[in-house]
Design a protein around this ligand. Structure first.
Ligand SMILES: Nc1ncnc2c1ncn2[C@@H]1O[C@H](COP(=O)(O)OP(=O)(O)O)[C@@H](O)[C@H]1O
Ligand code: SF4
Ligand SMILES: [Mg+2]
Length: 348
């Protein structure tokens, strides 16, 4: 795979790591009520995102990985304010000012929408079948008072070409495009406002394997060209590995490990990260896949102690009763596992 990412990308990243983060997510919670009975009383909560803390530096890609149901989509949607949070804060830097994402007035909301956009998983469901490409991609410009008329059309035509489509496509409707082309339209719609932060939620998971690499490389090229910052969500460690600078591992609504990509790949500190890595295909040598027993737990009824303990082959008595909290093991590396200092886990 080739990309236009500049060779000194690593140097740029280490320089910007010293700077203030573009995005800070603090103790973020998103609980969905569980309702029961005829009167729909709330009998509990699905803790889809529970006290998640992350920072994202300008220009980097933070990969968020975890099995289906681990809370990745809810995290992305809450950060981008498509869901109202249950608790916590999200702060986005805009020049010298900081937007508190959960306390925006309507004017600040427009500023936020210009700065932060989302690319959705399903390019079939996320595009309105009755809107043509010009209307679809132009809509964020209109609703955020950025452009209209001729100016809007010019901006849409430009971004459409940047994502690899043609001006002739502007009057066509979603049904006449392939899955990969539809995702290009979704990317154009996100990028047309010139955002700084893009949350990409499984952007290739609904696409044929044969075209996944094209879309991933397009996202990398656009990042290099426009200094975009990505939160890149995927259940597939192989995709996360290709896209990310740092990796956040989520399990059952919680962040269980966070660190630079290479560190996590070669020396995972959480047994769940090790299990995810064991599923990555290896070309040179066969690796024993660590099959985690059982399923992702019921987020409305979590196990006591470490939420991973029923599936963890290293679990001890302490793991069944005491909750492990996130702690820093070395600069930039955090993990929530009682045994993180003693286990020697296998990476790739
Ligand atoms: N709108 C919703 N209402 C109720 N529960 C939800 C909603 N969205 C997600 N959930 C629940 O939250 C949990 C996390 O889901 P999700 O964020 O979609 O995970 P992922 O993207 O990692 O697959 C799941 O248990 C899911 O059923
Ligand atoms: S705290 Fe215990 S159960 Fe949880 S991941 Fe670590 S070893 Fe496994
Ligand atoms: Mg999801």
């Amino acid at each position: 795979m080739t990309t236009m990412t500049s060779p000194n990308h690593a140097e740029q990243l280490s320089a910007i790591a010293q700077m203030e983060p573009l995005l800070e997510v603090k103790d973020l919670k998103k609980y969905f009520p569980i309702q029961a009975g005829f009167l729909k009383h709330t009998v509990g909560y699905v803790k889809a995102v529970d006290e998640v803390n992350i920072t994202v530096q300008a220009g980097e890609t933070l990969g968020v990985v975890g099995e289906s149901g681990s809370g990745k989509t809810t995290l992305g949607r809450t950060i981008i304010r498509l869901y109202e949070p249950t608790g916590g804060d999200v702060l986005l830097r805009d020049g010298n000012r900081v937007l508190n994402v959960f306390e925006l007035d309507s004017k600040q909301m427009h500023i936020f929408r210009r700065n932060a956009q989302m690319i959705f998983q399903d390019p079939y469901a996320s595009l309105n079948p009755r809107m043509n490409v010009l209307e679809t991609v132009g809509e964020p410009l209109l609703v955020n008072n950025i452009a209209k008329g001729r100016d809007l059309e010019e901006r849409v035509a430009k971004v459409i070409q940047q994502v690899g489509l043609r001006v002739e496509h502007l009057r066509r409707f979603p049904h006449s495009f392939s899955g990969g082309q539809r995702q290009r339209i979704g990317i154009a719609r996100a990028l047309v406002v010139n955002p700084k932060l893009v949350v990409a939620d499984e952007p290739v998971s609904a696409l044929d394997v044969s075209i996944q690499a094209q879309i991933l490389n397009l996202l990398k090229d656009l990042q290099a060209q426009y200094q975009l910052t990505y939160i890149f969500i995927s259940h597939a460690m192989s995709v996360i590995r290709y896209m990310s600078d740092r990796i956040a591992v989520m399990y059952a609504g919680k962040l269980v490990e966070l660190g630079p990509k290479q560190d996590i790949l070669s020396h995972p500190l959480h047994p769940y990260s090790e299990a995810l890595l064991s599923a990555v295909p290896k070309t040179t040598q066969r690796r024993k896949r660590i099959v985690s027993r059982g399923e992702v737990p019921d987020l409305g009824n979590l196990p006591a102690g470490c939420v991973f303990h029923p599936r963890c082959k290293y679990a001890t008595e302490q793991c069944r009763t005491a909750i492990p909290h996130l702690r820093t093991i070395s600069p930039g590396r955090t993990v929530s596992c009682h045994l993180a200092d003693t286990l020697a886990l296998e990476g790739i």
